[in-house]
Design a protein around this ligand. Sequence first.
Ligand SMILES: [Zn+2]
Length: 113
Amino acid sequence: MQYQCPKCQSRKILPVTQANGPVTRPMVPKSLVILVPTILLFVILLIVNIGMSIFGNGSGQTLMFITLAVFIVAAIAGVMFWRDLPDFKISMQAFMQSQKKWKCRDCNHEWEN
Ligand SMILES: [Zn+2]
């Protein structure tokens, strides 16, 4: 692929990342949205469980049940994300390409591809 400035036809161009403007967002799979907070919650529950085992009379049954349930949800979300991963990668690549904005080093003209 060859890019050049549409104004002065210079090839001395730089990619510019801009926060604003209409950009196509990557399709974040629902499994990832579930997976990340679930893992965080599981780690917190695990620490609480260990803490209660050391300093208390052992962790309560309810807490252990919740921890187990959170772990199962995290495991399911992990498997789902594993299956979503190829689509997610394609989506991310498309997102990176649509993000590309260019700036000419010769005339400072900016444009989008
Ligand atoms: Zn130019």
